[in-house]
Design a protein around this ligand. Structure first.
Ligand SMILES: [Zn+2]
Length: 331
């Protein structure tokens, strides 16, 4: 039995969901019955993908799987110390090919997930190091311009040296304010992603680190309030427990999402229909509609087949419609 068959035969009983159809134009699952106009409409889906994987074959495969958007990750361009591994012109040529592949495959580049790491941290307190990070990001933005991204997504920081949180926040504000001009000149908007929390400290290999910035709802809002109003937020559903609360708290400031399941503490990036993880997807979808989130349902999770992403979105959406709109009418 395929996953598709399993989800639709075991989890959603076809006979109970007559209104649910092939609203994406793929093979009908429940027959040709229209979704009621008054219900929240499904949103397009996307997936994150490393720049080097954007080939025409891959783009066609995604398109056929019902995926419309990609968010491009570029960490692969950098070594452990945060230096470019490839020549600028080599990357430039690769991105030109990626742009052609996306266009030919009918896939839209939603945005760029900017590089991050210990040495690629916008909040570094050493000013010379921070300036190097800014010039690295400016190079990445210059390279990525060819893809015409709408969203430029940054992590607010890496793990912090304990006791310097306020200094890191100040450096982040300085960096984002500076990069915002470059990003708006390329016709895109900056989003800052929430990080894992909420415990303040974590020990790795015997070394204690302070959690990255924006690892609680309060700090995410605090940081955004210190930034220009044209800087937006991204919510990663596997970085926090009850992400719906953060979505609602951010309201119109939410411009990007990362879809994965987890425990809110570690980077687990579970496939949301794996049965693993703690997220309540009906609450998350409800929150996204409440704040009028207008972007794609951007998966950033482990998966085997891109069609599984489409199946999973359909399942989560249909479950949401049933639980929030259909079942209450029959109570
Ligand atoms: Zn993420």
């Amino acid at each position: 039995m395929t996953l598709n068959q399993f989800l639709f035969s075991e989890i959603i009983k076809p006979g109970t969901v007559l209104f649910l159809i092939n609203f994406f134009g793929l093979t009908p699952v429940f027959g040709n019955v229209s979704l009621r106009d008054s219900l929240p409409q499904p949103i397009p889906i996307g997936t994150s993908i490393p720049a080097s994987k954007i080939t025409i074959e891959k783009m066609k495969e995604l398109k056929e799987a019902g995926i419309k958007y990609i968010q491009v990750t570029v960490n692969e361009w950098f070594d452990q110390e945060g230096s470019f591994k490839k020549a600028y012109d080599t990357i430039k040529e690769e991105l030109l090919q990626a742009k052609i592949a996306a266009q030919k495959g009918g896939i839209v580049v939603e945005g760029i997930h900017m590089p991050f790491g210990r040495f690629i941290d916008l909040s570094l307190t050493d000013e010379a190091s921070r300036k190097n990070v800014i010039s690295l990001h400016k190079k990445v933005l210059e390279l990525c311009q060819v893809l015409k991204p709408g969203i430029i997504l940054f992590h607010p920081s890496w793990f912090l040296n304990p006791g310097n949180r306020e200094a890191h926040i100040n450096q982040l504000i300085r960096s984002v304010t500076e990069l915002e001009k470059t990003v708006s000149n390329m016709g895109a908007v900056i989003t800052i992603e929430n990080m894992t929390g909420p415990e303040p400290y974590l020990t790795r290999n015997g070394v204690t680190y302070e959690r990255p910035l924006c690892s609680t709802n309060e700090e995410m809002l605090q940081v955004l309030n210190l930034l220009p109003s044209n800087v937006y937020a991204a919510v990663d559903m596997n970085h926090i427990l009850l992400p719906d609360r953060l979505i609602l708290a951010l309201g119109k400031r939410l411009k990007a999402i990362h879809i994965a399941d987890g425990d809110g503490v570690r980077e687990l990036h579970y496939y949301p229909c794996s049965g693993k993880g703690k997220n309540n997807w009906t609450s998350i979808l409800d929150a996204l509609y409440k704040v009028k989130y207008a972007g794609p349902f951007m998966f950033e999770c482990k998966y085997n087949d891109p069609k599984d992403l489409f199946v999973c979105y359909q399942y989560l959406y249909q479950k949401f419609i049933i639980e929030k709109y259909i079942q209450p009418e029959y109570q």
